[in-house]
Design a protein around this ligand. Structure first.
Ligand SMILES: [Zn+2]
Length: 249
């Protein structure tokens, strides 16, 4: 059976001397694992078309148990990510999140939209990298079914003029009066809360469009990272690597 779909390669593994096993986040068929025979013999553009971060039109053949890539027409290779180690490691981390936290009945087009936007922004370099990280983390984990409830204190519905805390364990807000006995809470200020609300509740097109002072951004990025780790119950090695490059974050 033949399939035609747009997709982004989110993982590549070498197989034997010449072949690759690709994991493709496709627009129409979710996440597919497909062999690209002879991919390692190819050079230049052809090789890039079967490499990590290639977004393209894929022609696939479905065999008995496996898929094979029969043709790829690249739309965007994101090749220049390779010249910026910080951006590259973050892009790999985003792919790892998709691999780990995707529920079975997910809507691949939404994931694809978030991650393609993130990769474009990482390439452009005109947004703080920690902001791209925080937005992608929080929006992806929300799509995965762990959308936090950032409307009001989950217990009393009144946070006015009170200290606000966010629970990494249940994704709820609590005011200082209600926080007793709640697990894994961290204090957040109004700037960080406004940014989190923006990321979770805005239409896709706007999720990256906000400004936040550096010190708040650092804190936001820490919280979104901890929330992803807590909800996915997974420790991301790609994140460790990114953090080793940006020790100040
Ligand atoms: Zn309360």
């Amino acid at each position: 059976m033949k399939l035609q779909t747009q997709g982004l390669i989110i993982k590549e593994t070498n197989v034997g001397e010449n072949d690759k096993l690709l994991v493709i986040l496709t627009r129409d068929h979710g996440i597919l694992r497909a062999f690209a025979d002879g991919a390692r013999r190819m050079k230049g553009k052809n090789s890039a078309a079967t490499s990590l971060f290639c977004y393209g039109d894929f022609s696939l053949y479905k065999g008995k148990d496996t898929y094979k890539v029969t043709d790829v027409t690249p739309i965007e290779l994101f090749f220049d990510l390779r010249y910026n180690l910080e951006a590259l490691s973050l892009a790999q981390y985003f792919c790892e999140i998709v691999l780990k936290v995707t529920p079975e009945d997910f809507e691949p087009a939404d994931y694809l939209r978030v991650i393609l936007n993130s990769l474009h922004l990482l390439l452009k370099g005109n947004k703080p990298i920690a902001q791209i990280k925080a937005v992608t983390e929080l929006r992806l984990i929300s799509l995965a079914g762990f959308m936090p409830n950032l409307v009001n204190c989950a217990d009393c519905n009144n946070m006015q003029n009170k200290k606000i805390l966010f629970s990494l364990a249940d994704g709820s807000l609590y005011c200082a009066d209600c926080v007793n006995g709640k697990e894994e809470t961290v204090v957040i200020n109004n700037t960080v809360l406004a940014a989190m609300r923006h990321i979770v509740y805005s239409p896709f097109k706007q999720i990256f469009s906000f400004q936040i002072p550096d010190k708040d951004l650092k804190y936001l990025s820490k919280i979104t990272e901890q929330y992803v780790e807590r909800q996915s119950e997974f420790h991301f090695k790609t994140l460790d690597f990114y953090k080793s490059l940006t020790k100040n974050l």
